[in-house]
Design a protein. Sequence first.
Length: 459
Amino acid sequence: MSKTRIERDSMGELEVPKSALYGPQTQRAVNNFPISGQPMPEPFIRALLLIKSAAATSSSDLKCISAAQAKAILHACNELLEDPKLMEHFPVDIFQTGSGTSSNMNANEVIATLASRQLGETISANDHVNFGQSSNDVIPSAIHVSAALELNNKLLPALHHLLNTIETKANEQKGICKTGRTHLMDAMPVRMDQTLLSWAAQIRQNIGQLESLQPAIQTLPQGGTAVGTGINAHPEFAHTFNRNLSGLTEVTFTPADNFFAQISSQDTAVTLSGQLKSTAVVLMKIANDLRWMNSGPLAGLGEISLEALQPGSSIMPGKVNPVIPEATAMAAAQVIGNDAAITIGGQSGNFELNVMLPMIAYNLLNSIELLSNCSTLLADKAIASFTVNTDKLNEALHQNPILVTALNPVIGYLKAAEIAKQAYREKRAIIDVAEENTDIPREELERLLDPMKLTEGGL
C-alpha cells in the first residue's frame, strides 16, 4: 500500500504522507526548506494554537462562522495542546518564508483535519480556521503571545527564585569577611553578604526592566490582517479576539494602537531581546565570580567550594569543575548572539511586513528558555549549595597590605604606600609593619585595620 496520499492546492497536486494531519502547503514547505532540521519552538506552536482557538471563538461570537464550526476548531486545538506528540505535526523548518506563512498554514491544515473529523463535514484551513486572519498578523501576534507567556510563566518566576536564593544565602553569610578585588588584584575588604547582595541588586533591576516590557509584549496586531488595514476581518474582531485570548491564557492581551507598526516591524521583540541580553550579562558576571571564588582548590583563590556534581576530567582523578557556572556562561553567550540575530531581523521590516519573523521568534524564545533554565540551576546547584572556606579567606585577608588604605587619613597616602610596599616585599602582616613605621599604638592599629569595620565605610 502507498504510504502517501495525493493532495491539491492552488499550485497543483503533490504527495503528502498518508498519516500526516497536515496538507499540501505544509508539505511544500517541508520540501522547500531542508535547512536546519529544526522546527519552530514548541512555545510558539502552542501560542499559534491558542490564537486559532481565540480566533474561532471570536469569529463565532461575531457570527462570521457557525457555532458548530467554531466548536470543532476549539476541540481540535485542545486535542493538539494535550497531545504529547504535538510537535510531530509541525515539521516546518525555522528558516522558511520570512512571514511565517508556512507555519500559519501548517497550523490551519492540522486543525482543519481534526476539526473536520470532529464535525463530520469539511472545515477549510483557509476559509474557516484562518477566517479574519492573515499570516501577516497571526505570526507577529504569535511571537508576542509566546514570548509574553514564557516571560510571565517561566523566566520571571525563575529570576525571582534566583533572587530569593541569593538573598537567603547572603543572610547566611553575614559576618564573613573576604578580600575585595579590583582588576583581579587585592583591594579593600568586603563581606560575603555584600558580594551576594550586589548580585541580588542586579537581578532585581533586570526583573523590574523585564516587567516594564510586559504591557508592550502583550499588545497584538491581530485584526490587522494582510497589511494593517484589517481587510476581511470584522471591525470588532481585534477587541473580541484579545478578550477571548486573555481568558484562555490568564494573561491580559490588548490590541495594538497601530496594526501597521506591529506587522511591519518587530521593535518590541528587539527591545525585549536587548533586555534579555542584559540579563544574560548579569548571569555571566555571577557565574564568573563563582568560578573565580571556587578556583583551586590549592593553586587558585579557594574562597568557596561549589557543590561537586560530576567528575571533572577523563584523565585527572579527583578533579571537579564548576560545571553549572560554565554552562551558564555559555548559555549567556548564546543569548548575546541571539540578540545580534534578532537585531538584524528587526531591521528587515520592508514597507508593510517584516520578513524575518520565524528567525526572530526562534531566537527570542531560545533566549528566554536558556535564561530561565540557567537561573534555576544557578540558584539550586551553585549558590544555594556552596560552602565558604573561612580559613582561606582569613589567611589572605589579614595579610592584605591594601588594608593600609584605612591609615590614609592618619599618616597620608605616601607614607601608607611605603608601608604597603614593605609589607609586600617582606611578606609580613600590614599591622606589624605599620606598628614599626608609625607612632600609632598597636591597640589603635587593631581598631583602624579591623577588616570587618572597614566593610562599613566612613572614616
